[in-house]
Design a protein around this ligand. Structure first.
Ligand code: SAM
Length: 246
């Protein structure tokens, strides 16, 4: 019967593909890819000649119908995105929902993910974390989204395009205050780099450097702990005791 595999692919370094992912890509009847040219390169490198079809943001309806027909015909589909995990700031969620609704098995094949990869080497608290993905492109919407993120105490994970990074960092500092931040650039690639510091430092860096490459942003959560009134009274009593001169 038909089956939808969600296959994780590398975020830069081709060695990061799993043995299982390679087998599924080889055995599937069709590979549904966000950008077939991109996936073709991956397939050529690993000598995979499974037929490719395109499934992306702009053909979700038509592409989705086609994929459902394949599933009904008993075919196995391997869904991939350009990098990392399908569905994570990438196409996939729509067809996953439709396949589940029609009782087709949906099988995840784990693989690299840029945000989690950035998080584990960031040095910021790994959990709890809050994954946001991309902020809106428009300044007003982006600022509104940052206002919503302001109170969150979890470490926050974001994606951002290089040409928007400078502006985004400025908005972040204006709205969130000067928190700790880690910029993870070109993960798993030749020029992988981590910029660890404060938002003010990141802004300073972004002004001196031509911003290139792919970035994940790892932001410290809100550290201003709101103490309950009853707790405040408790700490007050303790500090008085501490000051007693024996
Ligand atoms: N599905 C992908 C995943 O699982 O990580 C995310 C796809 S999203 C369209 C692309 C964004 O992920 C980029 O704009 C960048 O913010 C981040 N990204 C992808 N690859 C990266 C890398 N090698 N280094 C740093 N960030 C990366």
């Amino acid at each position: 019967t038909g089956c939808l595999y969600l296959v994780g692919t590398p975020i830069g370094n081709l060695e990061d593909i799993s043995v299982r992912a390679l087998r599924i890509l080889k055995e599937a009847d069709i590979i549904a890819a966000e950008d077939t040219r991109n996936t073709k390169k991956l397939c050529n490198y690993f000598e995979i000649d499974t037929p490719l079809m395109s499934y992306h943001e702009h053909n979700l309806a038509v592409g989705g119908e086609k994929l459902l027909t394949f599933l009904q015909e008993g075919k196995t589909i391997a869904l991939v995105s350009d990098a990392g995990l399908p569905c994570i700031s990438d196409p996939g969620a729509d067809i996953v929902e439709k396949a589940i609704a029609q009782n087709f098995p949906v099988v995840p094949i784990p693989g690299p993910n840029a945000a989690i990869t950035a998080l584990i080497a960031s040095g910021l608290t790994p959990q709890p974390f809050f994954f946001y993905g991309f902020l809106n492109r428009g300044k007003k919407d982006r600022r509104q989204q940052l206002e919503q993120l302001k109170k969150r105490q979890e470490t926050i994970l974001l994606y951002e395009a290089p040409h928007r990074l400078k502006e985004t960092l400025k908005d972040m500092e204006a709205i969130l205050g000067n928190r700790r931040i880690v910029l993870a650039r070109e993960l798993t690639k030749k020029f992988e780099e981590f910029l660890r510091g404060t938002l003010a430092e990141a802004i300073e860096w972004s002004q001196t450097e031509e911003i290139r490459g792919e970035f994940c942003i790892v932001l410290e959560g809100n550290q201003e702990v709101e103490v309950e009134d009853s707790e405040k009274a408790y700490w007050h009593t303790l500090s008085i005791i501490e000051h007693v001169d024996y």
